[in-house]
Design a binder for this molecule. Structure first.
Ligand code: NAD
Length: 263
């Protein structure tokens, strides 16, 4: 199937590694040009070099923290200056602080709101006028399986990511007439660097092996394994691409069947 991505431009946030990088890589392999950001200059520049080397795509690295309003504005401005248009926007950020309700502070909730909700709003406010003016586009917000299956100890994620889903659905209705599709994607356990860090910490605590810790987690997953980031990235790339031209307002779980929810 041709995803019709040759010559298109994608802005992928929080992409020096993990799910963001995997999405940028899959889009670039399909022929898209990429702007990508992260907070650290050295890591985002290295990620951009690796991506350009592997795929031959034009890659623009931008140092930006998506929780900072001025950074989001500059990120979008630099992308437009460089590429003139943004056909696809993948909204991603680091995860909010873990913790149970009683242990979390209002400061942690506030930074979670900036990181998860305000970053999504600011990126949408910055990119939607451009997409309207150019006659269309596609937006995909990364969330989590927690939107359908709240996880113990991920209180902020459980609470805030559903707000993103509400926004995505509303935007899909308001922006459909302008040929802008808006969807969400909800990963389950996916073996990124961040997840490897979590597994290593558990391994040291329990004097077990990395794979034993992974196996404990995946007993709850019908497919009995974590996803490889590329499996998530393929689904995201399809939803972002013109090949998904009649899909808007959906939340696609990429969770190996983990969410115990009928709808
Ligand atoms: P990761 O730590 O491997 O990668 C995160 C990337 O985001 C890095 O490039 C980092 O530099 C960048 N980043 C973090 N905060 C940023 C900010 N404020 N501004 C700009 N860049 C920033 O994490 P990951 O596993 O790829 O997860 C990405 C997102 O998906 C997170 O929100 C995470 O909670 C969510 N998620 C991941 C999984 C999983 O199993 N990997 C499952 C569900 C949800």
């Amino acid at each position: 199937m041709d995803l019709m991505l040759k010559g298109k431009t994608a802005l992928v946030t929080a992409a020096s590694r993990g799910l963001g990088y995997a999405v940028a890589q899959t889009l670039a392999r399909e022929g898209a040009h990429i702007a990508l950001c992260a907070r650290n200059a050295a890591t985002i520049q290295e990620a951009a070099r690796a991506l350009a080397r592997e795929t031959g795509a034009t890659v623009l690295p931008v140092v930006a923290d998506v929780a900072q309003p001025a950074d989001v504005r500059r990120l979008v401005d630099e992308t437009i200056t460089h590429f003139e248009h943004i056909d696809m926007l993948f909204i991603n950020a680091g995860g909010p602080a873990p913790g149970h309700f009683a242990d979390l502070t209002m400061e942690q909730w506030e930074s979670g709101i900036q990181l998860t909700i305000q970053s999504t709003l600011r990126l949408a406010y910055a990119v939607v006028p451009l997409m309207r003016a150019q006659g269309g586009g596609s937006i995909l917000a990364n969330t989590s399986v927690t939107v359908r299956h709240p996880l113990d100890g991920l209180t902020i994620s459980n609470a805030l990511r559903t707000a993103v889903i509400g926004l995505v659905k509303t935007l899909s209705i308001e922006l459909g007439p302008h040929n802008i599709r808006v969807n969400a994607i909800a990963p389950g356990w996916t073996r990124t660097e961040r997840v490897n860090e979590i597994l290593r910490a558990r391994m040291e605590q329990n004097t077990s092996s990395l794979e034993e810790e992974a196996a404990k987690i995946t007993t709850e997953v019908p497919l009995r394994r974590m996803a490889d980031p590329v499996e998530f990235a393929r689904a995201a790339t399809f939803l972002l691409s013109p090949a998904a031209s009649y899909i808007t307002g959906v939340t696609l779980l990429v969770d190996g069947g983990m969410a115990r929810a009928v709808l």
